[in-house]
Write a protein that binds this ligand. Structure first.
Ligand code: IPE
Ligand code: IPE
Ligand code: MG
Length: 236
């Protein structure tokens, strides 16, 4: 697959279905999250092999705090454990980590914050793949906080054209290109507060496969389907 030829620069994924995967097997929901690590690692390797430059994965939403305290605690632990165990491996492969979300939120344990900042720093000169972890991410919060930052920085009556050209500079990752392809696993067909602004012209694809079973076969299928889609951006 030639990602440049088919203009596939950025893939975003809503990794859904970990809980159902575990429950179907009579396991705890948290074991589903643990099993999802393998799918994530497979997807990162696939992205590297296929010369995808940006991969954004939805790891924890601003709404996920509403889950049981046991599950939230596990997810916080799991995210830092995963980073600690695997960042060297991905660093060596040229992966640059970014974290997208309200990272200053008091609800996020301090150890997670330190680790995320450190990981961004350590990998900041890598160029093979930009891996964006959407963590404590909510699109509405992102837009509201960008508006606030925009107002604070400009304090003047600016025109709509200025807002159109400058607004992105106040979003969480200003230089992140919009996704070309969004994949959501596990059958749900909704965005769940993910990248509402950035997905305005993204191709959407939904898979029944639960995240822990998602792999190269589905990724290749998605690319094949993507290459057949005609993106007209409003033009006829
Ligand atoms: C997605 O799987 C992972 C996170 C939201 C962290 P879910 O935990 O939402 O799995 P289901 O949807 O309950 O099966
Ligand atoms: C979206 O999945 C969030 C992540 C994948 C991190 P959810 O499972 O939380 O979304 P809903 O509840 O189905 O909308
Ligand atoms: Mg879910």
């Amino acid at each position: 697959m030639d990602s440049k030829k088919i203009n596939l620069n950025h893939i975003a994924i809503i990794m859904d279905g970990n809980g159902r995967w575990a429950q179907d097997k009579g396991l705890e929901r948290t074991q589903g999250h643990a099993a999802g690590e393998l799918s994530l690692s497979r997807t990162i390797h696939w992205a590297l092999e296929n010369n995808i430059k940006w991969l954004t994965v939805y790891a924890f939403s601003t709404e996920n705090w509403m889950r049981s305290s046991d599950e939230v605690e596990f997810l916080m632990f799991f995210n830092r454990d995963l980073l600690t165990r695997r960042r060297d491996e991905f660093n060596k492969l040229g992966v640059r980590f970014h974290f997208l979300g309200d990272l200053e939120d008091n609800k996020i344990p301090n150890e997670n914050k330190v680790l995320m900042l450190e990981t961004e720093k350590i990998t900041s000169s890598n160029t093979e793949l930009n891996l964006v972890f959407a963590f404590n991410y909510g699109s509405k919060t992102e837009i509201h906080s960008s508006v606030q930052k925009f107002i604070d920085a400009n304090k003047v009556n600016v025109g709509i054209e200025f807002i159109e050209s400058e607004f992105r500079n106040y979003m969480y990752i200003p230089n992140m290109p919009d996704p070309d392809l969004l994949i959501r696993t596990a059958g749900e067909q909704r965005l769940s507060n993910f990248l509402l602004y950035q997905l305005s012209y993204t191709e959407l694809m939904f898979f029944e496969t639960l995240w822990p079973e998602f792999g190269d076969k589905e990724l290749n299928q998605a690319v094949e389907e993507f290459s057949k889609r005609k993106r007209t951006y409003g033009k006829a």
